[in-house]
Ligand binder design. Structure first.
Ligand SMILES: Cc1ncc(COP(=O)(O)O)c(C=O)c1O
Length: 671
């Protein structure tokens, strides 16, 4: 923490939360200490305050949590990918082209797909469908005959028929063979429908990569064909005189490939396959490198799973260079390079905003003042430890505090001290530990057990969201997302905190946070103010999170708002999608809201008959029940009152406005 005399600056927050490393300049911090997002106003890019966006959303009657989507960022990502490949192609004088396709599975929301098609039109950016439903959505909107529609995944007859119908109607639909048996079905259906199929093969690479999602690549991958199976497909096509229909080679290493070396190695292997298929007489033309282009979630620019040790521009250069270097010298024409980049296309464009409901501090109330003479002498000893603690005896004070706490616990177990004394001991103990932690920071060398105290001294910030619904990868695979307050960044955050969501599940928490060198086990946050919401943002959540989320504890979809600016710079809240109501989520699990109301009415009527409630109380009870069914599944605030002000118990750390501003007197017992 900063020394009291040094004033906390906005740049300190930028460093602390790493926004300048992961924000990619899409997200910055303003002089006022608010996170800003770069949006387009006409041809200009301007920084728009997220706090202002929150105010606008609340003014429109929506409560947090809200998922914000920024279509300007999505457009910028599509342009960056296509233009970076174009630059690499020009740089290496590569005599071929690039075609991007967006994998629908990464974010299937209609608004996202439509925006990608719109922004990608000038690059003929296509779509990848991994299932029948995704292909049906694709065929509904993607009508550019120059854009690719790649069909991956396991396919039944209906899927294949739809793909072939798309081809017959002039679209460039490529059916990728993922399983050995699929080729027979494709050829049979093509004959039956009198269609000319464009066929691709997905290969199982021997090269394995590191990372969370790399099981979809390598020898053990469940997808793709082995070299033996690829040759079987080639032979079958040769027998049917259809090698001209084999046009594309596809592989997918897995998502979030953090190390550029893995990308180069896999591509080298795939390019060799490509060359061999041409030599076998296949028409070819497309080399589809799948997904894997990573996002630097922690900003460390390393090959750590949450990061990547290359830039997007470098990725494009390397891809073009590898293909060129392998095929350039041969007589084999270079392919159109196809990338199915999903995560890197959509991750930046969504931000989840949620408010804090309450804070549970590790130590409660102030230090007990005068201990009465009749309490146990060990309590007096603890008090002495607290009073005499200094930089010279910090380790000894720590040891003594542990000793007396253990002793007092033993006394309590054997009935020798009261619960009141036990509570007093806990209060004193935690104040000592907090002081030990603060004081030890001034030591030149901090002993290991004192260095770890930060992890122990975490406050719990209860946040109004469900990790299972909104950040499922944080729960399922410990994926790190950058999280930070979107305001008050000109104030020093004094609490070390972890986040708990509002599901009643012990996994419903976030205890790992980004760090440039390591993974942090806590995040520094501000004390709550009485009259203002405290709003945090989880950034870079546009990829995979929305559809993977589930209804744990029946917390449903959050509200979604698309944000952009009009020509005058006013914020436009477009395509507001209301999140699930309680009735919605109940009907997902087969409850009939009408039946629920009828049953509750019967209960209320019988309560009136039995004189338990009055008829007018019955009316209120029914209104309450029906309002509840219509309501948001998350905590909702009364107009103008921050949620934590209605929920927090008085002893928790709601500081008066301005109380924590840089002078160390916040309500969290830091001094
Ligand atoms: C076949 C295929 N292509 C593309 C992708 C998208 O990968 P990424 O999000 O890493 O770009 C995936 C995702 O797992 C995939 O399975």
């Amino acid at each position: 923490m900063k020394h009291i005399t040094e004033r906390w600056k906005v740049s300190d927050s930028e460093e602390l939360y790493g926004i300048r490393y992961w924000g990619h300049r899409y997200f910055n911090v303003s002089e006022k200490g608010e996170v800003t997002v770069k949006l387009k106003q006409g041809d200009e890019l301007v920084d728009v305050s997220m706090w202002q966006i929150v105010e606008g959303i609340q003014f429109r009657g929506l409560s947090l949590p809200v998922l914000l989507r920024f279509r300007d960022i999505l457009d910028a990502r599509i342009a960056l990918l296509n233009e970076s490949f174009a630059k690499a192609i020009a740089e290496y004088e590569y005599p071929g082209e690039f075609r991007g396709v967006y994998p629908v599975k990464v974010n299937q929301q209609a608004e996202v797909i439509k925006e990608i098609i719109h922004a990608g039109a000038r690059y003929h950016h296509g779509l990848e469908a991994g299932s029948k439903a995704e292909l049906i959505a694709t065929l509904g909107f993607m009508h550019d005959p120059e854009a690719l529609i790649i069909c991956n995944g396991y396919k039944d007859q209906e899927f294949i028929d739809l793909a072939l119908t798309g081809s017959k109607m002039g679209l460039k639909v490529v059916i990728v063979i993922e399983r050995p048996g699929e080729i027979d079905l494709v050829l049979d259906r093509a004959r039956a429908l009198d269609a000319t199929p464009s066929i691709g093969v997905r290969i199982k690479l021997t090269t394995r990569s590191d990372g969370h999602w790399t099981e979809s690549g390598g020898d053990k991958s469940i997808f793709g064909l082995t070299p033996v199976q690829v040759m079987e497909v080639v032979e079958l096509l040769r027998q049917r005189d259809m090698l001209q229909n084999l046009e594309l080679l596809h592989y997918h290493q897995g998502s979030q490939i953090a190390n550029i070396r893995n990308i180069r190695t896999a591509l080298t292997e795939a390019t060799r396959y490509y060359a061999e298929l041409v030599r076998e007489g296949a028409r070819m033309g497309y080399l589809d490198i799948g997904g894997g282009l990573a996002v630097d979630y922690d900003g460390s620019k390393t090959n750590y799973v949450s990061s990547k040790n290359y830039s997007l521009e470098e990725f494009c250069m390397d891809v073009v260079e590898v293909v060129q270097s392998i095929l350039g010298e041969s007589d084999i024409p270079v392919p159109t390079i196809v990338s199915e980049s999903g995560r890197a296309t959509v991750a930046y464009s969504s931000v989840l905003l949620f408010n804090v409901l309450d804070v549970k501090c590790i130590e409660h109330e102030g230090v007990p003042e005068n201990l009465s003479d009749d309490v146990h002498e060990y309590l007096h000893n603890l008090r002495e430890v607290y009073d005499n603690l200094s930089i010279k005896n910090v380790q000894e004070s720590f040891n003594d505090a542990l000793h007396y706490r253990d002793e007092l616990h033993g006394l309590f177990i054997h009935g020798n001290i009261s619960l009141r004394e036990k509570a007093l001991a806990e209060r004193l103990f935690w104040h000592i530990i907090r002081e030990v932690n603060n004081t030890s920071k001034r030591l030149k060398y901090i002993p290991k057990d004192l260095a770890d105290l930060d992890k122990v001294l975490c406050d719990i910030y209860y946040a109004n969201f469900s990790i299972f619904q909104s950040l499922p990868d944080a729960w399922a695979v410990d994926q790190l997302f950058p999280i930070m307050p979107i305001h008050r960044l000109d104030e020093e955050p004094r609490a070390n905190a972890v986040l708990a969501d509002i599901t009643c599940d012990s996994d419903g928490k976030i205890t790992n946070f980004i760090d440039l060198k390591d993974v942090n086990t806590s995040i520094r946050l501000h004390d709550l103010k009485e009259d203002e919401d405290y709003v945090l943002g989880a950034f870079l959540v546009g990829a995979y999170q929305e559809t993977l989320g589930d209804l744990h504890n029946l917390f449903g979809d959050t509200h979604i708002v698309n944000i952009r600016l009009d020509d005058s710079g006013a914020i436009q809240f477009e395509h507001e999608i209301e999140g699930d109501s309680v009735a919605d989520v109940l009907s997902y699990v087969e409850f009939d809201p009408k039946e629920l109301v009828t049953n509750f009415r019967n209960l209320a009527e019988s309560a009136v008959r039995n004189n338990l409630i009055t008829p007018s109380e019955r009316k209120t009870a029914m209104e309450r029940y029906q309002d509840g069914l219509r309501g948001y599944t998350y905590y909702e605030a009364e107009e103008g009152i921050p949620l934590h002000a209605t929920l927090a118990s008085p002893r928790n750390s709601v500081a008066p406005t301005g109380g924590s501003n840089g002078n160390g007197n916040g309500g969290n017992g830091n001094g």
